[in-house]
Design a protein around this ligand. Structure first.
Ligand code: F6R
Length: 615
């Protein structure tokens, strides 16, 4: 949440910063701003709204001065203080000497603010961030230490999470960056440095990056970079090579990233399994967890921790792990788990799932589990992000950058990796025989093709969406593997089309929600031909008996449901375990088209951000 960008070098900073903000806009779009070094002053331009508003504002300014080669910028997801020009970052200190951009929350900002007010400091914004710039200014004034030392001393006083980039009017060739709990990456170019919340603004300039660790700061001064801890210990930074490709960050002809990412799934699922399994030999090989294989194989219970869509993938995995590998599995919302006093046994296997690898609640739950001595495995998409760096071992999903705020391809990639983890366990525990394992892997290898085929339903789904675009509520129902899908389908609709939707286990309907059903209530059923088919059909009949409107996701050629449902979308035949891979496609498309027909901002839904780095 919130994106920060910085540049120091010989090029003009403004174009690099504004482009960087566009790349990071998925992290928040309440306001945007930039601070540029100018001889003798720091120029700050900021504006409520999206990055394009800032661009327009600067373009239309008659007195604009955007020629500097050093600057920092920010796109905001509001926490403290409403979205407004004044609450937008960067925040200048009262004397105009220090400018700060910040991602995170300063928990003790009120007490710091009180002390500064007593010293005569005046605050313009309602943000927690403004205390950082004033505190640094105050330390410089009162102690006469250097700018970077003042930042370090200020951070010793600060409690909370932050990634910050700081400029000082008196040190025009310096940027100071620091991190605790929120991500920051530094790209190393030829005599120039790029700073960003993730690597997406950096990749077009350099593939050499340093990820700061928690409690570390970087001082870039006169073209030299020094990394040290907030405790003042010099560190030797590890320079990594980025694997990302620039085309992955463009819409590639699609109107929205979300649609592009839905269509990428045949490829992203393939990438998630590439080199990790062989149906011919019936084997699964996950290099990322090999060194902790014993822990993995000896698990008596699996605990899965995640949030949102990743939690839904975890819930699907519970069905895999229990049904196929016979391992008891619990799935917990990380945000609830972290504040309980959960019981963890030494032979528990903990798996955390996160697309971004930055979700604050998931990270906190992970740290809690580690404190309790458990070994933690990660299933993450963003390479080098905080969660994979904190886990003991893990498997990347390799879905490629997911930019649309609504998660789509990351979900099916998570399912792929979790199923492979499950089959690794199955192989060891021999809960299926070799022939059964080979058959499942063969089916998994065919999934990208089946997803490709399922995508052909797009036009039909769009027509269905036309009929329901003005509806106020939806119910989504499924059983077994269809139940987490019902939750996921409902979440997608809520978050991007702002239509209220409830996901429910189909059989639970009669315990309450069925009271909502009448001729105005569309009910989406995940009704593939599988183990629970007859049961789901009975639930569908119950809805029809109350005049509900049924939209059914059915197995290709199911003439029976075609006679019952008002609308249907066919998916290719596959075994129950693999249904979530194909059935999620029409659910994603339905949400997409509803949102598109309602004129919603699909890639940047209101109030949301892609990477939830605050709790
Ligand atoms: C929904 C969505 C969110 C995320 C959740 C967890 O479409 O994207 O619900 O799934 O915020 O994010 P990660 O997976 O990055 O931990």
């Amino acid at each position: 949440m919130c994106g920060i960008v910085g540049y120091i070098g010989k090029k003009e900073a403004w174009p690099i910063l504004i482009k960087g903000l566009e790349r990071l806009e998925y992290r928040g779009y309440d306001s945007a701003g930039v601070a540029l070094m100018n001889p003798g002053e720091i120029l700050v331009y900021k504006k409520k709204g999206k990055v394009s508003e800032l661009s327009k504002f600067v373009k239309n300014k008659s007195d604009k001065n955007i020629g500097g080669t050093v600057g920092i910028a920010h796109t905001r997801w509001a926490t403290h203080g409403e979205p407004s020009d004044v609450n937008a970052h960067p925040h200048l200190s009262m004397g105009g000497n220090i400018a700060v951009v910040h991602n995170g929350i300063i928990e003790n900002y009120l007490s710091i603010k009180k002390v500064l007010i007593e010293k005569g400091y005046k605050f313009k914004s309602d943000t927690d961030t403004e205390v950082i710039s004033n505190l640094i200014e105050d330390i410089v004034k009162s102690t006469k230490v250097s700018f970077d030392e003042a930042v370090r001393l200020a951070l010793l006083e600060v409690v909370g999470a932050y990634a910050i980039a700081v400029l000082s009017k008196d040190d025009p060739e310096t940027i100071v960056i620091a991190k605790k709990g929120s991500p920051v990456v530094i790209g190393i170019g030829d005599g120039e440095y790029f700073i960003a919340s993730d690597a997406t603004p950096i990749i077009e300039y350099t593939d050499k990056v340093i990820y700061l660790d928690d409690n570390e700061m970087a001082i870039i001064k006169n073209k030299k970079l020094v990394v040290k801890t907030i405790g003042n210990e010099i560190k030797n930074p590890y320079i990594q090579k980025l694997e990302m490709k620039i085309e992955e960050l463009e819409k590639g002809g699609f109107p929205h990233f979300m649609l592009k990412e839905i269509y990428e799934q045949p490829r992203s699922i393939k990438d998630s399994m590439r080199g990790r399994e062989s149906a011919k030999d019936g084997v699964v090989k996950l290099g990322g967890i090999e060194s902790f294989q014993d822990k993995f194989f000896n698990a008596k219970r699996i605990i899965i921790l995640a949030c949102g869509t990743s939690w839904h993938a975890g819930l699907e995995a519970k069905y895999f792990f229990e049904e196929i590998s016979k391992t008891p599995t619990i799935v917990e919302y990380a945000s609830e788990f972290r504040y309980r006093n959960p019981v963890i046994y030494p032979n528990d296997l903990v798996i955390v799932i996160s697309q971004s690898g930055e979700t604050a609640d998931t990270l906190a739950a992970l740290n809690l589990v580690k404190e309790k001595g458990a070994t933690v495995f990660g299933v993450c998409n963003v390479v080098g992000s905080s969660i994979p760096r904190a886990t003991d071992a893990g498997v990347y999903t390799h879905a490629g950058p997911e930019i649309g705020v609504a998660s789509t391809k990351a979900f099916t990639a998570q399912l792929t990796v979790l199923l492979l983890m499950c089959l690794l366990l199955v192989n060891k525990k021999e809960t299926l025989n070799k022939k059964e394992i080979k058959k499942l892997l063969e089916e998994l290898e065919n999934i990208p093709e089946k997803v490709e085929k399922t995508l052909l339903c797009n036009e039909k789904v769009k027509k269905i969406a036309e009929k329901f675009k003005n509806i106020k509520n939806f119910i989504y129902l499924g059983r077994g593997y269809g139940f987490p899908l019902a939750l996921e389908g409902a979440l997608k609709v809520k978050e991007i089309s702002y239509i209220h939707a409830e996901g429910y286990p189909a059989a639970e309907m009669k315990h309450g929600p069925i009271a909502l059903v009448d001729e105005n209530m569309p009910v989406v059923f995940i009704a593939n031909r599988g183990k629970l088919y007859e049961k789901v059909v009975s639930n569908m009949m119950e809805v029809k008996a109350r005049k509900g409107v049924v939209i059914a996701i059915i197995t290709e050629g199911d003439e029976n449901i075609k006679k019952i449902a008002d609308f249907w979308i066919e998916i290719p035949e596959t075994s129950d375990v693999l249904v979530p891979f194909v059935a999620s496609i029409p659910l994603q498309l339905l949400a997409y088209h509803l949102a598109s027909l309602r004129g919603c901002d699909i890639d940047k839904p209101r109030n949301l951000a892609k990477s939830v780095t605050v709790e």
